[in-house]
Each structure stands twice: as C-alpha cells, then as structure tokens.
Design a protein around this ligand. Structure first.
Ligand code: GLU
Length: 470
C-alpha cells in the first residue's frame, strides 16, 4: 500500500450542495494538497429513491467552484458507490463465513415486542446462535463483540463506546441489498483510504464501522469528525430553515475565494490577527488537530463581510469582468441591448468599493441603462418635502445647461448652488440623486451624471421637478 495519505469526500447526491459539505470537502482537499496525498471523490448514490443525476453534477460543479479541481493530479474519481454493490455483498458474505455476521428472520414487530418485554432499546441478539442461513425475509446482522470500542478521533480525542449499547446491526437487508454502513466501509477499504474526515453526524456510526474494518482484517483509518454548522439560534443548519446551498451563494455573487476562506475559519483560525488570508497560508497552517469541536456558527453577515474584502482586493480588470457577468445575466433589469460595458467600466471603481456581493452591482448602476429608472416613491416624497429641494434643483438645472460638461464643473456647480442656499452638499444631493437614479442611495453622483450626459441629466431633473409639483 502506498504511504502517501488518501482522503476522501463521499457525498450523497440527494439535494443542493450544502455549505457544510463544502467545508468538509475543503478540509480533505487542503490536507491532500498539503500532505501530497490524494483526494478521492466518491458519490454515494445507493439510495435510488433520493438520488438524481443533476445533484451529482451540482456537486462536481460546486467543488470545481471552490477550487477542488478534478484535473489536478491530487484528485481521483469520481467513483460511484452504486457500481460496487457486488463488492459490498461479497464483504458481507465474508463476514458471515468468518462468523462475524449471522442471519436473522425476526420481523420488526417481533423485535419490538421482545425489546419491550425485556426493557431493551433495540434488537436483543435473538438469532445469534440459531445458525440460520440466507432465506426469505432474512437479514444479515453483524455480531457485535463484547467490550468497548475506542474511536481515536483527531478532532475530538478518544471517544469510548460501550459495546452493550450497540445492537447487532444489519449489513444486508432482507432483499439482499447492503446498507450504508458496510458499503461505506468496503469502499473506503477498496480505495485504500487512510483518513476519514467527515461530518460529526457520522460519529455514532464510527464504532460500528471500526468493528467492520477490523472484522474484515484491516487497520481502521484515521478518523476526524468535524463539528456541525449552526445558525443564529444555534440550531443545526437545515435545508428547510436556512440558506445552505452553495449554488445560491454563488448566484448571489459570493466569490469563491471569500467562500473558501470563510468556510475554513469555521472552527479553525489561521495564525495572526486577521482571518482573511491567502489560501496558501491556510493550506500550510491547517491541521485537523487544531479544529475546534464545538458547533460553528455559519454567519451570513460575516461571509458577506469577507466577500466585500475580497471584492476590494480584486484587480480592476477582474472586478469589471465579474461585474459584467452579473450585468449581462438574468439579474439585469434593463433590455440587454441597452447595456453599455464602457459606461460601466468608467464608473466601476466607484462601485467596487461599495458592494459586498456582486449582485448589488445591478442596483448601483441600473439608472445608467434604464431609460426610466423606477423611482423610490417614499424616498422621493421625503427628499422633496424640504424647502430647498425645488429651488436648488431648479438652479442646478440652469447651471447644468451652461457649464463645461465634466465632473469638476458639475461638482462646482452643485456646490455653488448649495452655498447660495446655505445647504450642505450631502443634503443637497438627496433630491438630485433621486432625480437622476430613482434611489436614495448609491455610488458617488457626479461621475455618473457626467456619463449620463447633459441632455439626459437635464431631462431627468426636469421630470423630477414636474413630478414634485404634480
Ligand atoms: N454519504 C455520507 C453523507 O453524505 C457521507 C459518509 C462519509 O463521509 O463517510 O452523509
């Protein structure tokens, strides 16, 4: 067997790819890179009622998005669990032949009745010595040995399980199909997996799986169970309650580097006083031993703050390219032919410093590409309720008719009107902004006014004045 470590990520393709899964995948991937090992992707697709091919593709795409590159030499797979069913069954039969497993004909009603009578929680081992063979309605059960099972978990330390609390669990259902526990172990053995790094919810399975490794004649892998992600109410992140799909964050404009960095800080921290660090540093410093075992809060606001930082770190070219993607996507609110990339590029730097997710770019610049930007009525009414709004805006329009058309003159003209009426620039800009953009907030105003042009700016200001008196 090779000495370099072999990690794996073994998702079940039963829905959108969860951020918790993304974190587990990243842990495995970065460890494989750091230790010059292998990252095996195994799709656990044996539950036919819940699997769909689209979810598998979703997983592969989401992994690629967070930098887990299937073309990299450290990547192996994807393997599909369903193609190894014969191996799973063969291993179960081997356990039967070696006396580690036995057949049982008891129905769940019979099991429950006896458990009730004996005050037990589950199956009492009734068929252990009945020497049954395979047959209609028979399941194959593992013969749990006496004693204790100690799972040495890299994150949680030694976790001890008393074997009396573990019933003789099923390996093959009565229809002969293998259950998750054995399929998962057999695949790990066949794929020479040395490290099982996975979600904490699998910790209760681990003593059973460790017994299977041993009964099948193999040294168990290094185990590491990473803590669950919880929401603000400290409840486990769930598909029903929380926004958990990686895909959704991607669509909203979270950048992959922000997502990677943020996920890696859940339950772990890089050295130094900032958590926003280059991926190489994370890869160099990350150790499972340092992962905290208490639940980690998946804080969407913090993820967005990380994203804002990463947007600021982009080169202008990259920001423009990323924004163009959003501005030409379905998120755009204007007819496609009205989008002018050069207009956006001219004010891109003003936007880059002000958004936390790329999707916000749309609302910041829509007024440039919409002939009639929708007007925020409440903000309009508020802005025009002041005494100064109409007279100052009227004078601004007059000035705009005659000045040289550039940012400096536009700004100087507005300031002059402000000085005349003793109104500060910040206040004065309220009605002007609504007139030009339809919104109460947005990027600095003078550059876009210049870009929009004299005629169009005047048209909008006059329309606002008419609306204000209507
Ligand atoms: N297929 C299992 C799941 O998605 C993972 C099993 C494992 O990592 O061992 O929860």
């Amino acid at each position: 067997m090779s000495t370099s470590p072999r990690y794996r990520f073994a998702p079940s393709p039963t829905g959108y790819f969860h951020v918790g899964g993304a974190r587990t995948a990243l842990y495995n991937w970065l460890l494989a890179l750091k230790n010059n090992g292998t990252f095996v992707l195994r799709i656990e697709d044996t539950d036919e009622s819940r699997n769909e091919p689209q979810w598998t593709q979703g997983i592969i795409d989401a992994l690629a998005w967070i930098g887990i590159d299937s073309k990299d030499s450290h990547f192996e797979g994807p393997y599909f669990q369903s193609t190894y069913a014969a191996e799973h069954v063969a291993a179960a039969h081997k356990l039967f032949e070696s006396g580690n497993a036995y057949y049982c004909d008891q129905t769940s009603e019979q099991i429950q009745e006896r458990a009730k009578a004996a005050g037990l929680n589950g199956y009492d081992g009734f068929s252990r010595d009945r020497k049954l063979g395979p047959g209609l309605g028979h399941v194959l059960r593992f013969r749990v040995p006496e004693g204790k099972t100690i799972v040495h978990d890299t994150v949680r330390g030694a976790v001890e399980f008393d074997n009396t609390t573990i019933e003789d669990f099923v390996l093959l259902r009565s229809n002969g199909t293998p259950v998750f526990l054995i399929a998962n172990v057999v695949d790990d053995i066949t794929m020479n997996i040395t490290h099982v790094v996975r979600a904490e919810e699998h910790l209760p399975n681990t003593p059973k799986q460790q017994m299977l490794w041993e009964a099948l004649g193999h040294q168990p892998p290094v185990w590491a169970h990473v803590p669950v992600l919880v929401n603000e109410q400290r409840k486990k992140l769930s598909k029903r309650r929380d926004k958990v799909a990686v895909e959704q964050y991607r669509e909203e404009g979270i950048l992959p580097e922000a997502m990677i960095n943020y996920l890696m800080t859940l339950g772990w921290a890089p050295s130094g006083d900032t958590e926003i660090v280059p991926l190489q540093q994370i890869q160099d410093e990350f150790r499972l031993e340092d992962v905290n075992h208490s639940p980690a809060f998946f804080d969407i606001k913090k993820l967005q703050a990380f994203n804002g930082e990463y947007i600021r770190l982009m080169t202008p070219e990259r920001f423009i390219a990323a924004a163009n993607e959003v501005l030409t996507s379905a998120a755009a609110t204007w007819p496609a032919e009205q989008y002018k990339p050069e207009l956006f590029a001219a004010m891109a730097s003003l936007v880059q410093t002000r958004v936390v997710v790329m999707a916000e770019v749309v609302a910041m610049v829509d007024f440039l590409f919409l002939e009639e930007p929708p007007i925020d009525e409440a903000a309009f009414t508020k802005s025009f309720s002041s005494d100064f709004a109409q007279p100052t805006l009227t004078e601004i329009a007059e000035a705009f008719e005659r000045i040289d058309w550039n940012v400096e003159s536009i700004k100087a003209a507005v300031e002059e009107v402000g000085a005349r009426h003793d109104v500060k620039l910040g206040k004065l800009q309220g009605p002007l902004r609504i007139a030009i953009t339809g919104r109460p907030v947005g990027p600095p105003l003078f550059e876009p006014i210049e870009l929009l042009g004299r005629q169009e700016s005047l048209r909008r200001i006059r329309a606002a004045l008419v609306r204000a008196t209507a």
